[in-house]
Each structure stands twice: as structure tokens, then as C-alpha cells.
Design a protein around this ligand. Structure first.
Ligand code: C2O
Ligand code: CU
Ligand code: CU
Length: 489
């Protein structure tokens, strides 16, 4: 993965019939099946959308445009077995989408699933119309339909994309991918590797086991049975000996927490959940809940053929996730020193005049009411005593809070449950200021992992108008109540 795209296909589409503007779309790591699955109907739909969206005439091809198709995809997760997965462009790992900081990116999404869906661009401070949440920001994209996502990425970093409908199934079966926003001024690394973490709930034949089990949904979440790193079990990734390497870890699992460690190797955290840290921090063990990312820089040994093992540390045990192996550099090493990444252009907090809000996350399993249809309503979690479990209808609950545009908001988050929750907010990047469980050197993020009974304080400037999801990224928690939205107006 990473830079090593297997193939690059340029698909030229006439943006309008007189041929005045031609748009070049790069389809990276495309597999044949997805080419076949974009039928004529789709092409004409996309021609229509693209010509409408074309800001200028002229023949210049936009640099970062993609066609992204969600479709049933036979995947080989267990060697020699076929798993009936769902894939972006028929593949896993999904295409790595690369955007340029400050520039617009256009992604034509094609829904070839048998279910409605939407695509959310996790961590991007995006225009609400492009946030990809059904009913809150757009209508669901029905089977056979397309949707043109077009947005600017103000921040550079490691982000990701995933559906925001039928999420247990769609994410669980493989619809997750990396979205990398390159810095306006590229930092110097000898290699840049994407390390996507995701487990699968499979039996020995590669068939899916039930993706959600209520008694687990009401606890830490239903865990997978097969681990994968970029779709493989304990792969070895090649990296240039002596090079300064950027590792982009993404937790794209629906439930699992990884405790990333390189044991006693000298590695530094350079960004947390996409946001650069002011000063690189030594990596000891970093807890990454579902949806979270981590950028790590490491100077590799000059010797060729050496292994650098990356672990998940559970208790006292170190369990290998994958390893890097040094190879002779393919190009001259840059010999740059490790430096902090340039900060992203976030508005500054005005804490003195902030509005304060409190959020209580509670376990409500015991309160599960029986719905009028006589079935047990699967509500296990609440935010401020409310649960919003369903996103299938057009009826929206009231927002958890309405905050004025431009105001600094300080939120006290209290996890009053016995389980960890990676709490995520759309549309903004917040700063974690403090916690009663650990010393916090304030950092910016879009997701904060609250351990049981933890209280943390976060703050942000409400500068992006819209209705923004605020939810736990353990997908089953979100689906059983731990979700709501905040209106910035
Ligand atoms: Cu990855 Cu609602 O988010
Ligand atoms: Cu998000
Ligand atoms: Cu949770």
C-alpha cells in the first residue's frame, strides 16, 4: 500500500458533449470487476455531475479526483478462502485517497451495494453538505445511484473514510479506507507507509460470523476473530534502511482498541488523529480506539534485512501486528532530522469567554424498554440520558446542544460506564485539555478515548456551521444509543 500503487488507470471522460473540457480521473489500484460494474448508466450520471461541478472550462485536469465504488467484493482475508465482503472498487485494502491540503478534491461515489449508504470523511473539517451523514447532511445514496463529494481539506494529515449507514455491516464487511491529506509543504521522509488495522469476524472458512452480539454490544463491542494489517495477517512491509520513515496507523476496526508499541525502539509520535503535535513525543504505548489514527516517525537502522516489529501491547504481553524490514534504499536518503509537522490552521481558543457544556455517557442496558412492537429496543447507552439508536428514518431527534457560530466551547465529558469509548465529533477538531485519569499535554484530535469512569475536558471553536454528529466510534455503541448531534448555528 502507501505509495506503491499497483496500477494507475486514467479514465478520460468528456465533461460535456462539445468536448470543451476534458476531465481526467485517476483510478488507483483499480480492479477489473469495478470497471465492469460501472455501467453505462453510471457513466452518464457521472458525466452529468461532473459537467455541473466543473468550475472552469479549459483542459487542465484536476490532480486528485477519484471514482469510488462500493460493491459486493469477494475478498481473500484468510489465505485460500473467499470471504463475501464489501469493498471500495472491489478491493481490500480500499484505494488510498490522497488529497492536497487547502485544495478541493472531487470523488464520484457510486453505490453498487444492495443497500443505501453515504460516505463520511472522518476528521476533515468539511462543509456540512459533504459530511456524509444520512438525514443530517444528505439524503441516503440509494443502490445504483451516484453522489459527487467535492470538498476542500483545510488540514493535512491521516484521515479515513467509511459509510455512515448500516455501519455494523458495511464497515464490518470491509468498507473502510485511508484518506491522506498531503501537507502544502511536504515534510521530508524517506518513506511514508499506511498501516491500516482492521479485524474480521470470520469462521475458519472465511464466512462472516454474526457481526454484532447484543451482550457484547452492551459491553466493549463484538470483537473480530481474524486480525489484519492492510488486509493480511502479520505482513512484512519493506522500508529503506537508514531512512526516516513516517508510519500512518489507522484503527479502522469497529470495536477494538490497539495499544501500539515498538517496545524500546526510538520512535516518535508526530501526529495524533491527523493533528500534528507541537513537539514530537516519544512513543511508549499509545492507545488507539476505533476510528483513531497515529503518525509515528522512526529512523531505521542502516543495516539491510533487519526487522522492526510493531506490537499491540496487552497487559504485559506484546503481540506482533506487523513488521518493517529494511531494504537497500531505492533512492538517495534525504538525511533530514526529525522535525515537528507544521500545525494545521485551527482557530485559537478563547477559553475566558467560552460556553461550557457537560456530557454524561451512561450505560442503560438495564433500562432497555420494550418497543411498541413488543421487541426489545436495543438501547444500551445514553448521552445526557438520551439515546438515539436509529438512523433509518427521516425523523431527527433534537440536537444534544445548539451552540453559537464562532464561540469557544468547553465540554466536560464523563464516561460513567465500565467500558472505554472513543468519542468522536464531526466537522471540527477539538483540543483535549485535561483528564482526571492522566496528565494531558494538550493535543488536538477528532476522537478522544475515554477509559471507564474518566472525566476529560475538551475545547473547540464552533466555527463550522451545521449539524455535527457526536458519537462513540465503537460502531455497536453508536448504533445502540451512544450517538447524537450538536448544532452550530
Ligand atoms: Cu468515523 Cu461519525 O465517524
Ligand atoms: Cu467523523
Ligand atoms: Cu462506546
Amino acid at each position: 500500500m502507501g505509495q506503491s500503487f499497483k496500477q494507475r488507470i486514467n479514465l478520460k471522460l468528456q465533461a460535456n458533449t462539445n468536448g470543451a473540457s476534458t476531465l481526467t480521473l485517476n483510478r488507483r489500484q483499480l480492479v477489473k470487476s469495478s470497471l465492469a460494474s460501472i455501467g453505462l448508466a453510471t457513466l452518464s450520471a457521472c458525466r452529468f455531475n461532473l459537467s455541473k461541478a466543473e468550475p472552469t472550462s479549459g483542459n487542465e485536469a484536476p490532480q486528485y479526483d477519484y471514482i469510488l465504488t462500493a460493491e459486493p467484493s469477494p475478498l481473500e482475508i484468510l489465505p485460500g478462502k473467499t470471504t463475501p465482503g464489501l469493498g471500495f472498487n472491489g478491493q481490500f485494502p480500499a484505494p488510498v485517497i490522497r488529497a492536497q491540503q487547502g485544495k478541493a478534491i472531487r470523488i464520484l461515489f457510486v453505490n453498487n451495494l444492495s443497500q443505501a449508504t453515504t460516505i463520511h470523511w472522518h476528521g476533515i473539517r468539511i462543509d456540512i453538505k459533504m459530511d456524509g451523514v444520512p438525514f443530517l447532511s444528505q439524503a441516503p445514496v440509494q443502490p445504483g445511484e451516484t453522489f459527487l463529494y467535492e470538498f476542500v481539506c483545510p488540514d493535512a494529515g491521516t484521515f479515513w473514510y467509511h459509510p455512515h449507514m448500516h455501519s455494523v455491516e458495511q464497515l464490518g464487511k470491509g468498507l473502510v479506507g485511508a484518506l491522506i491529506v498531503d501537507e502544502a509543504e511536504a515534510p521530508e521522509f524517506d518513506a511514508d507507509l499506511v498501516i491500516g488495522l482492521k479485524d474480521w469476524r470470520l469462521d475458519k472458512q472465511g464466512q462472516f460470523l454474526p457481526l454484532s452480539i447484543p451482550r457484547h454490544a452492551a459491553r466493549a463491542g463484538t470483537l473480530g476473530t481474524v486480525e489484519s494489517v492492510n488486509g493480511e495477517q502479520r505482513p512484512t512491509l519493506l522500508a529503506p534502511a537508514g531512512g526516516l520513515v513516517r508510519l500512518r496507523f489507522l484503527n479502522m476496526d469497529s470495536s477494538r482498541v490497539y495499544h501500539l508499541s515498538l517496545k524500546d525502539l526510538d520512535a516518535h509520535i508526530i501526529a495524533i488523529d491527523g493533528s500534528p503535535v507541537a513537539k514530537p513525543r516519544p512513543l511508549v504505548t499509545h492507545d488507539m480506539g476505533a476510528g483513531m489514527r497515529l503518525d509515528v516517525a522512526i529512523r531505521l537502522t542502516k543495516e539491510v534485512g533487519q526487522d522492526i516489529v510493531i506490537y499491540d501491547k496487552k497487559g504485559r504481553g506484546y503481540f506482533e501486528l506487523c513488521r518493517l524490514q529494511t531494504e537497500a534504499p531505492k533512492q538517495a536518503l534525504l538525511n533530514t532530522e526529525l522535525r515537528a509537522l507544521a500545525p494545521n490552521p485551527l482557530p485559537s481558543l478563547k477559553l475566558e469567554e467560552a460556553q461550557h457544556l457537560r456530557f454524561e455517557f451512561e450505560w442503560a442496558g438495564a433500562l432497555s424498554p420494550v418497543g411498541h412492537d413488543g421487541k426489545v429496543d436495543q438501547t444500551f447507552w445514553t448521552i445526557n440520558r438520551r439515546a438515539w439508536a436509529g438512523m433509518h428514518s427521516g425523523t431527527l431527534p433534537a440536537p444534544l446542544a445548539v451552540v453559537p457560530l464562532g464561540k469557544t466551547i468547553v465540554m466536560e465529558l464523563h464516561n460513567a460506564t465500565p467500558h472505554g469509548h472513543p468519542i468522536h465529533m464531526h466537522g471540527i477538531i477539538f483540543t483535549v485539555l485535561s483528564s482526571d485519569k492522566r496528565t494531558i499535554d494538550p493535543f488536538q484530535t477528532d476522537t478522544v478515548l475515554l477509559e471507564r469512569n474518566e472525566r476529560a475536558t475538551i475545547a473547540f471553536v464552533a466555527d463550522n456551521p451545521g449539524r455535527w454528529m457526536f458519537h462513540c466510534h465503537v460502531i455497536e455503541h453508536m448504533k445502540t444509543g451512544l450517538m447524537g448531534y450538536i448544532t452550530i448555528a
